[in-house]
Design a protein around this ligand. Structure first.
Ligand code: 5AD
Ligand code: SF4
Length: 446
């Protein structure tokens, strides 16, 4: 979500006459778009801002701004804790950054410019994409969350749920498709709540499923993904969507947070581990081989060994393809901030490691099942290492690396998988002939 916000903001800044530089040393202003989900993220951002401001003392006229969730969370007090800050901008004011930055440059000196107000319609502001080609793009469909998960600061930083109209989102996808983008990931804090108040159900289909159907009708968009749904809103219509909409990729990121019903209750997550497993079963029945990933928190207040054993059990049952494992981090201002952070750090670390070990095993096993198969890959760009090596993803989102002399960025190609590691697959284009044809197609396009 933050990456997408930053990307859209960079376009707005460029339009206002700024240019983005990729080396911090060349910048006249550095804007840090921050996360507040865990304390470590906040600490890093504060450290970075302080470090940048300190460089000013060495004679560099550098302007420094802090944007996004941490700015919203800490409010004007943030300016006090980072002396010398020029700009503090909250999540609903991001699109005003170009004019606010102009003001920072215009004035001689003074305290920071602070913009933290809520703004009606601000969810519609994140819609621009960079001119550079993107095979796969993110599309923000909504902002905010109305849940009150006890550990979570997001409803406070991102505000109440506000959705963008279906037509606007579809139009954005059309424009992306016109530039050659083939895949979109629909983004929201709780996409299963998309449009719940504004858009009626049609034929038993929720507004979110209606949105996915509308995006699937966009010519040129071949792949759709989304993140993140909530188990509570994951109903039959969404499971059916995976069966009925071929463009919807067989890949679901479904945060579970814990496998213990007691912990889920304390987290204010309104489902049980059994209910979660029912959704997983329904998805696997609808789409065999579907990839399921999750978020999980270890060391939540009062999480006992017994509770943690339930999470391990759930992991063993689901055999997640991948998961983000987080150590509980108390967030002042979150609904459950009075809960005691009473699981020792070493215990959190050990639980964290146990889940990571399981995940490495599941991921490798799963990746090995692809060896010998031919996968359809959307080529995103050059691989980080090696000359003439390309990186793309298969339908389940696995990273695939393969060699090619030709530039295939943005193409859907067939790759035979030869080897697998925990994190990636490697293979060869299915036929050189096909590669040549693709090159010719590209030359014609040019
Ligand atoms: N501590 C640890 N992890 C957290 N998350 C959210 N808040 C916290 C917290 N206070 C995790 C959840 C969420 C993901 C984005 O971050 O797992 O799904
Ligand atoms: Fe946070 Fe819960 Fe909303 Fe997700 S559903 S953003 S975890 S409050």
């Amino acid at each position: 979500m933050n990456e997408r916000d930053s990307e859209a903001l960079a376009v707005m800044l460029a339009r206002a006459g700024y240019s983005v530089v990729y080396d911090e040393d060349d910048a006249d202003a550095v804007l840090l778009n921050t996360c507040a989900v865990r304390e470590l993220a906040e600490r890093k951002a504060i450290g970075k801002a302080g470090h940048l401001i300190a460089r000013r003392k060495a004679g560099k006229a550098l302007r420094v701004g802090v944007l996004g969730c941490m700015a919203q969370n800490r409010g004007p007090a943030l300016a006090g804790s980072i002396p010398g800050l020029d700009l503090v901008v909250g999540t609903q004011q991001l699109h005003h950054v170009p004019e606010l930055l102009d003001r920072v440059f215009e004035r001689e000196e003074g305290g920071p410019i602070v913009a933290l107000e809520e703004e009606e319609g601000s969810q519609n502001a994140i819609s621009e994409h960079p001119a550079q080609f993107q095979a796969a793009a993110f599309v923000s469909i909504m902002q905010g969350c109305n849940m009150r998960c006890s550990y979570c600061i997001v409803p406070r930083t991102r505000g109440k749920e506000r959705c963008r109209p279906i037509e606007h989102i579809v139009q954005e996808c059309r424009e992306l498709a016109a530039r050659g983008t083939k895949e979109v990931t629909l983004l929201g804090q709780i996409v299963t709540s998309y449009g719940r108040r504004e858009i009626p159900f049609v034929d038993g289909k929720s507004p979110f499923v209606q949105l996915v159907e509308a995006v699937a009708k966009v010519d040129g968009i071949e792949r759709i993904r989304f993140t993140s749904p909530h188990p509570r809103g994951f109903k039959e219509d969404l499971v059916d969507a995976f069966r009925c909409i071929p463009k919807l990729m067989p890949c679901v990121h479904l945060p579970v947070q814990s496998g213990s019903d007691a912990v889920l209750r304390a987290m204010n997550r309104p489902y049980s581990a059994a209910k979660y497993l029912e959704i997983v079963d329904a998805l696997r029945e609808a789409v065999p081989g579907i990839c399921i990933t999750t978020d999980v928190i270890v060391g939540f207040p009062n999480e006992s060994e017994e509770d943690f054993a339930r999470t391990v059990e759930l992991f063993e049952k689901v055999r997640f393809d991948m998961a983000y494992v987080f150590k509980y981090s108390p967030r002042p201002g979150a609904p459950g901030d009075a809960l005691p952070d009473n699981v020792y750090e070493e215990e959190k670390e050990e639980r964290n490691q146990r889940l990571l070990d399981l995940l490495a095993q599941y991921s490798l096993e799963r990746n090995q099942t692809y060896v010998g198969t031919v996968q359809e890959i959307l080529v995103e760009g050059r691989a980080r290492r090696g000359e003439n090596r390309w990186m793309g993803r298969n339908p389940t989102g696995r990273k695939v690396i393969f060699p090619s002399e030709a530039n295939l960025a943005g193409q859907l190609v067939s790759v035979r998988i030869d080897s697998a590691s925990v994190t990636a697959l490697e293979g060869e284009l299915v036929s050189a002939l096909e590669e040549q044809t693709l090159t010719l197609v590209r030359v014609e396009q040019l």
